[in-house]
Design a protein around this ligand. Structure first.
Ligand SMILES: N[C@@H](CCC(=O)N[C@@H](CS)C(=O)NCC(=O)O)C(=O)O
Length: 337
């Protein structure tokens, strides 16, 4: 894959911190895109129109390919040529690449990122809105964040874990005075992966427990956060005004485009493919296993590799899109009515 001449559309909403990562990535890489703004709670008819059942935000489309999950979206975007004035650096050494992957594991799989969700929800106005609470209870089934008393009970240990994360950055990578976490000339995906919840917490008044986490206690982390914020903001400003599409306009553009990627194969040596006896063209379901798991995409299996599963789904108007999900945190299984 080289540069994407197909339209790139980001489905997101203003206060979504995951979407911010994609937005920063696109801006830091100097890639122009269009956006389709979504409501903060379900339903999202603009995505249903494309035949997408996945409920999480962001979703990114390039041509008629639909990409799920921030991590997978950034991996796909990393295969595109950078635009003019790109500021993004790339991990090149084995240590940088390893650290970048471990940041992802630390942030998502160790539950560190979720601690910020807890601190922020505790202070957010949304918690007063019964519709929001109902929506997110369905979204995070089993997470135990609701009712609000549950957040209160978790709070001391959550604060301890977040403070521990600040200490980790202050006392290891940033301790030698470097600008960016991987010691590169500009920010990398590693900086994006670590910065988003910290900057999100700053935007919600009162979310950061100041007695334990402050600029005075962690000066290097706060300086890095500020550096990242201003560099990302400059990149966003330079990209210029984004074109905002309605759901109808976006769907028309997507369904009228070619595919961005050519068709892949089913890896017959894959352990899940063998176990599930998956075959090309078979009807399958595909869903995230951590949150939003009730929303399963259905379509014909196009390809399975060690990186992704791709299915072909039917849009409401009968047109076809290919939906791509990464392997980590997603499941695929034969569809039974
Ligand atoms: N692992 C997903 C998580 C995305 C996620 O949790 N996004 C939030 C918004 S920032 C979400 O979808 N919340 C429920 C909703 O908006 O319906 C990713 O990296 O994209």
């Amino acid at each position: 894959m080289g540069s994407a001449e197909k339209p790139i559309i980001l489905y997101h909403y203003e206060v979504s911190p995951y979407s911010k990562q994609v937005l920063w990535y696109l801006a830091l890489k100097g890639i122009k895109f269009q956006q389709c703004m979504q409501p903060r709670i379900m339903p999202r008819p603009d995505l249903s129109r494309l035949g997408v059942k996945y409920r999480r935000i962001p979703v990114l489309t390039i041509g008629r390919d639909v990409y799920l999950d921030t991590r997978h979206i950034m991996t796909k975007l990393s295969e595109l040529e950078p635009g003019k004035g790109a500021r993004l650096s790339v991990a090149t050494t084995p240590e940088q690449k390893a650290l970048q992957r471990l940041f992802q594991v630390f942030m998502i799989d160790s539950g560190f990122g979720r601690c910020f969700v807890q601190l922020i929800l505790y202070k957010t106005r949304g918690m007063m809105d019964p519709e929001f609470v109902k929506d997110r209870t369905e979204f995070m089934s089993g997470a135990g964040f609701f009712p609000p008393e549950a957040l209160e009970a978790m709070r001391p240990d959550t604060i301890r874990r977040v403070k521990d994360g600040f200490e980790f950055l202050e006392q290891t990578l940033l301790s030698d005075g470097r600008d960016w976490l991987l010691g590169t000339a500009g920010p990398t995906v590693g900086d994006i992966e670590m910065a988003w919840p910290l900057l999100w917490m700053e935007k919600v008044p009162g979310a950061r427990p100041e007695e334990w986490i402050s600029e005075a206690k962690f000066p290097k982390v706060f300086a890095w956060m500020e550096r990242f914020k201003s560099t990302a903001q400059k990149a966003v400003d330079e990209l210029g005004e984004l074109r905002t599409l309605t759901g109808e306009e976006a769907a028309k553009l997507i369904l009228g485009s070619d595919y961005h990627e050519s068709v892949g194969q089913i890896d017959e040596t894959d352990v899940v493919v063998q176990h599930q006896k998956l075959k090309k063209g078979q009807l399958v379901k595909m869903w995230p296993t951590d949150t939003g798991s009730n929303h399963k995409d259905v379509g014909e299996l196009v390809s399975v590799s060690d990186k992704e599963v791709v299915i072909e789904a039917k849009a409401e108007d009968g047109g076809l899109v290919r939906i791509h999900a990464q392997r980590h945190g997603f499941a695929v299984a034969p569809y039974e009515k």
